[in-house]
Write a protein that binds this ligand. Structure first.
Ligand code: ADE
Length: 224
């Protein structure tokens, strides 16, 4: 069982995804558990403030240390083994291998706390309580909720028992670095003149395997 505790101000943005499709199935099968902590509950003062302006000036607001530390410490008091993940554009770039490394930890019943920052950033001292800084790519999002979902989804689908066929995750894109999965087709054989390659209809498994190998690609282009 892998547990994720998501610390966020926007539970409503995260929870519906985790209650749908494969994530919901994984929960039902007892392979994963999701829990939420409302950062606002740890806010300061009458307004339950969680952010403030940066020392030295500059635009925007930063997540303050106190609410974040108090929230994380409360989770860790119940489970000292929990590890903290911070989605941040300055983290290590996440890829399929990272997802596999995290999924492989499932045998140890790991507990990950994902802290979703918001606003323009966070007080640097928050990093002292973080185990993994993870970037989803070289672009900037408004908060950590989407990265949290992407990290969770890419890990959970690799936990044995989550996907139907155990090998469907093995033969897929990026499983060995930059490999891309071969093209696939289902019925009908002929859709508006676009035909399924004959070899896939041949029943010759050797030929099919060769065709698939030939047609597996590598990543070589950028969108922009
Ligand atoms: N928060 C904002 N942008 C991000 C990114 N690219 N990756 C992870 N967390 C982020």
């Amino acid at each position: 069982m892998v547990k994720f505790t998501i610390i966020t101000l926007f539970r409503e943005a995260v929870e519906p995804y985790l209650q749908s499709s494969m994530m919901e199935k994984a929960v039902r099968k007892g392979l994963v558990e999701f829990d939420f902590v409302n950062l606002r509950d740890f806010g300061l003062g009458p307004h339950k403030s969680v952010d403030d302006t940066p020392y030295g000036g500059g635009d925007g607001m930063l997540l303050r240390c106190e609410p974040v530390f108090n929230a994380i410490e409360q989770v860790k008091a119940a489970d000292p083994s929990a590890k903290v993940i911070l989605p941040t554009p300055v983290g290590e770039i996440w890829n399929q291998k990272s997802a596999q490394v995290f999924a492989d930890k499932h045998v140890d019943n790991p507990h990950f706390i994902i802290l979703c920052p918001h606003y323009e950033g966070y007080d640097e001292r928050i990093l002292s309580i973080v185990d993994y800084k993870i970037s989803l790519g070289k672009y900037v999002l408004t908060g950590g909720e989407l990265p949290a979902l992407i990290i969770i989804d890419s890990v959970v689908r690799l936990i044995p028992g989550v996907l139907g066929g155990e090998q469907s995750a093995e033969i897929e894109s990026f499983s060995e670095g930059d490999n891309l999965e071969y093209p696939q087709y289902t019925r009908p054989e002929d859709f508006r003149g676009m035909k399924v390659p004959d070899v896939l209809l041949s029943g010759n498994h050797g030929e099919i395997a060769r065709w698939r190998k030939e047609h597996s690609g590598t990543v070589d282009n950028d969108v922009a």
